[in-house]
Ligand binder design. Structure first.
Ligand code: 4AD
Length: 458
C-alpha cells in the first residue's frame, strides 16, 4: 500500500503543499460544526499527525473514521499548523481500513500500567509502549554497533543446553515425555527422553561463548536466556534478553572498562536518537532522567570492593529487611542503597566471596574471594553480572567438585583450560534492565512485549 510514514511527514518541511497519503490508527477525534480533527499514529513516531477535515468546504468525517482505534488511509495536502508551526494534513479522502467498535479498551486517555499489562496485544498502541519499544529497538541496534565497531564477532549460542551455566537450579527442563513410575530412576527417564540425557533452556550463553572466544578472541552473544526463578519482583522475568561479551587475553579491569564503555555508548545513542522518547519518559516516569543520564556520560563509575560495601552497609543507619554481614548475598535493597544513597551513580562491586558466586569465576589469591563484578545502578540495582574466568584446569575442577557438579556435562568447557588456556572474562547485561534504567520504567514487565513470569503466560 503506497503511503508516507507519519514520521517523514512531520519531519520534512519540504512536503508542505504536497499531496500525501498516510495510514494509521486514530488516537483522538474531535468533531465540530465546521471542522473535525483526528490524531493519527502509524507507529513510526511518538508524535501523532493531525488530520484536519474542513467540513465548511463540504468534506465529511465518516462516523466509523472517528472511532478511537480505527485504522484509516488518508489522502490530503500537507499544510502548516498555524498554532505551533508543525505539519498537518488537510484531508481530501478518508478510507476506513479497519473499523473499531466501542468496546476498544483504550477509550480513556490514561490507564494504569497494571491495567494495560492485562492486554499486552493492545497496550503497544499507547504512547508509553510505543516509546518503550522504539527505545528497545534503538538500543538493540546500538548493542550490535558497539561490539561490531570494536571487532567483536557475533555468535549465536544454543538455547537448549545440557550444562547449567549458573548452577543455581533455575533451569527450565526441556523434555518430550513426562516422568512416570514406568522409570526406575531419573537416569532411565533421561535416557529415554529426546536427547538421551537431561536438557534444559539455557540460563546464559557464557559457557559456549567462552568456547568461541578461545578461537575468535572477542565475541558477543545477544539472545534470550531463561530462568525458572519463582521470584515476584519488579526486575525478574523468566525469559529475558541477554547481551554477553566474552574476551580472551583480558582480566577483570579490562572487563569493567568494556562494560562501562558499553553502558555509556548505549546511553549516548539513546539520548541522540530518541530525544522525543526521553522527553516523554522524563515528563511521565522519572523527573531528572535526562540529568541522570548526562551524569552517567560525564563521570567515571565507582569501583568498590564487596568487603568495603559490607562495611558501609553495616554502618548505614537503615533498617534493612535482610541483615548484612560479610559473606551474605546482597539483596536488592542493599544494592540500591549502595548505588542510590552512598555513591549516587553506577557502581561496580568487585571481589565477592566465592561461596555466593558461580563455579567458573577466577579465584583471587586471598583464597576467599573471586574476581567477579556486578554493575549496580540507581533505580534498578544490578544490571550486569560478570567476572574474570578461572583459567587454571586444576582450580576449576576443584571448584566444581566442591559444588558437587556433574563433570560429564562440562567436558568441552574443561578442555578450554587444557588446550591453550588464557586469562579471559566477560559479562552479561540484562537487556530489559538497561531499558528500565534509561526510560525510568519501574517494572520489567513493562519493557518486554510479552513478559513471562511465574504463574503468568499468554
Ligand atoms: O548475573 P547473571 O546471572 O550472570 C550470568 O548469567 C553470567 N553467565 C553472565 C556472563 O558473565 N556472561 O546474569 C547477568 C545479568 C544480570 O545482571 C541481570 O541484568 C540479567 O542478566 N538477569 C535477568 N534479567 C531479567 N530477569 C531475570 N530473571 C534475570 N536474571 C539475570
Amino acid at each position: 500500500m503506497k503511503h508516507t510514514d507519519i514520521k517523514d511527514v512531520l519531519a520534512d518541511k519540504a512536503r508542505l503543499g504536497t499531496k500525501q497519503t498516510v495510514c494509521g490508527w486514530v488516537r483522538t477525534a474531535r468533531d465540530s460544526k465546521n471542522v473535525a480533527f483526528l490524531a493519527l499514529n502509524d507507529g513510526t513516531s511518538l508524535a501523532h499527525l493531525q488530520i484536519v477535515i474542513d467540513k465548511a468546504s463540504g468534506k465529511e468525517l465518516p462516523k466509523e473514521a472517528s472511532k478511537l482505534g480505527a485504522a484509516l488511509k488518508i489522502e490530503g495536502t500537507v499544510v502548516e499548523n498555524m498554532n505551533n508551526g508543525t505539519q498537518e494534513l488537510n484531508a481530501d479522502k478518508i478510507t476506513v481500513l479497519g473499523e473499531c467498535p466501542d468496546d476498544y479498551p483504550l477509550q480513556k486517555k490514561f490507564q494504569k500500567l497494571e491495567t494495560l499489562r492485562e492486554m499486552p496485544h493492545i497496550r503497544v498502541r499507547t504512547n508509553t509502549f510505543n516509546a518503550v519499544f522504539r527505545v528497545r529497538s534503538v538500543l538493540a541496534a546500538a548493542v550490535h554497533r558497539f561490539f561490531q565497531e570494536r571487532g567483536f564477532v557475533y555468535v549465536n549460542t544454543p538455547l537448549i543446553t545440557g550444562s547449567d551455566c549458573e548452577g543455581a537450579g533455575e533451569m527450565f527442563k526441556v523434555t518430550t515425555i513426562g516422568y512416570s513410575d514406568q522409570y526406575k530412576n531419573a537416569e532411565d527417564y533421561y535416557a529415554d527422553d529426546f536427547f538421551g540425557r537431561k536438557a534444559g533452556l539455557s540460563v546464559s550463553g557464557q559457557l559456549e561463548g567462552e568456547v568461541a572466544a578461545m578461537a575468535m578472541g572477542k565475541i558477543y552473544t545477544f539472545g534470550p536466556s531463561f530462568r525458572a526463578e519463582k521470584s515476584h519482583t519488579l526486575r525478574h522475568v523468566a525469559e529475558f534478553w541477554h547481551v554477553e561479551p566474552e574476551v580472551a587475553f583480558a582480566e577483570l579491569p579490562d572487563i569493567i572498562e568494556l562494560a562501562e564503555d558499553m553502558i555509556k555508548y548505549l546511553v549516548r545513542e539513546y539520548m541522540e536518537k530518541c530525544p522525543d522518547e526521553l522527553k516523554f519518559f522524563e515528563e511521565r516516569f522519572e523527573k531528572g532522567l535526562t540529568e541522570k543520564l548526562k551524569n552517567v556520560l560525564d563521570n567515571d563509575f565507582a569501583i568498590v570492593d564487596y568487603t568495603k560495601a559490607i562495611e558501609l552497609l553495616e554502618k548505614a543507619d537503615v533498617d534493612f529487611t535482610f541483615p548484612v554481614s560479610w559473606g551474605c548475598d546482597l539483596q536488592s535493597e542493599h544494592e540500591r542503597y549502595i548505588t542510590e544513597q552512598i555513591y549516587k551513580k553506577p557502581v561496580f562491586l568487585i571481589n565477592y566471596p566465592k561461596e555466593i558466586k558461580s563455579f567458573y569465576m577466577k579465584q583471587n589469591p586471598d583464597g576467599k574471594t573471586v574476581a567477579a563484578t556486578d554493575l549496580l545502578v540507581p533505580g534498578v540495582g544490578e544490571i550486569i553480572g560478570g567476572s574474570e574466568r578461572e583459567a587454571s584446569y586444576d582450580k576449576l575442577v576443584k571448584a566444581m567438585e566442591d559444588r558437587g557438579m556433574e563433570m560429564d556435562a562440562y567436558r568441552d568447557y574443561l578442555d578450554l583450560r587444557k588446550y591453550g588456556s588464557v586469562p579471559h572474562g566477560g559479562f552479561g547485561l540484562g537487556f530489559e534492565r538497561v531499558i528500565m534504567y534509561v526510560t525510568g520504567m519501574a517494572n520489567i514487565r513493562d519493557v518486554i512485549l510479552y513478559p513471562r513470569t511465574v504463574g503468568s503466560i499468554r
